[in-house]
Design a protein around this ligand. Sequence first.
Ligand SMILES: Cc1cc2nc3c(=O)[nH]c(=O)nc-3n(C[C@H](O)[C@H](O)[C@H](O)COP(=O)(O)OP(=O)(O)OC[C@H]3O[C@@H](n4cnc5c(N)ncnc54)[C@H](O)[C@@H]3O)c2cc1C
Length: 262
Amino acid sequence: MNIVVCIKQVPGTTQVKINPETGTLIRDGVEAVVNPFDEYAIEEAIRIKEKIGGNVLVITMGPPQADAALRSAIAMGADEGYLVSDRAFAGSDTWATSYTLSGAIKTLGQVDLIICGKQAIDGDTAQVGPGVAEMLGLPFVAWVRKVEGITDASIKVERLMEEGYDVVEMPLPGLITVVKEINEPRMASLKGKMRAKSAEIKKIDASTMEVDPDRIGLKGSPTQVFRSFVPERKGGGEKITGETAELAQKAASVIQNLGVVK
Ligand SMILES: Cc1cc2nc3c(=O)[nH]c(=O)nc-3n(C[C@H](O)[C@H](O)[C@H](O)COP(=O)(O)OP(=O)(O)OC[C@H]3O[C@@H](n4cnc5c(N)ncnc54)[C@H](O)[C@@H]3O)c2cc1C
């Protein structure tokens, strides 16, 4: 089974600073780590490989220094690392990121399962996993908290819901995004770290995959950041109580009073 894990390198802090001019992240001087949710994705891929055999390929789209994230995954036990990097990808929004990653994944040959984290702790949109699945025309299940069983043809998982969980069976190839309840990521062994140090990280750029130049980078991004700011905390708030129909009526009247809908 060939398992691809999408990982993102993120600032190792929740105090992310945004350049007010460009609306992009300020990465200088900030320690970079593997997105914590992606460590669960790496761990799950390695566990599946240990159970039924196969290869774990990790892929990241980012600047050249994202190479370090791939090496961390290899140190944990992933087999190969792929760095998707090109100046032409700069300024990608989540749509262009999903498009570019899906194009890169197509160059990896037969892929049976793709695993992503639930979300990245900096961008926080949780859009890239489902976006990649959509662009590859694959089924997906988000918020997976347990893999109950897997064969070459299908995967059975528990999907975390607000209250409880669903059991979902999905044909493969397909994609899942995982939550932190799924496992406890292992520490890299010394042997793993040594292997990671000398591992060859394969590069994928705009010339080594089939992408429409109009759909990548800033130019190919349908959304643009006009302004980034921390919203002011508003006090007060009104709690609405009652039966469902009454609640709906009260909520509708509150919305109407805001004057944003007629
Ligand atoms: C309007 C807009 C404009 C942007 N402009 C820029 C910009 O100019 N420069 C810039 O650097 N960023 C920019 N970004 C941020 C960039 O689009 C996101 O960092 C990226 O698309 C990932 O989105 P996310 O952080 O919300 O990840 P999520 O969707 O929350 O991540 C979910 C999962 O997807 C996978 N994943 C996410 N990103 C990657 C990746 N890069 N490689 C591999 N796997 C991944 C991981 O498994 C992750 O756990 C912009 C975002 C938006 C919305």
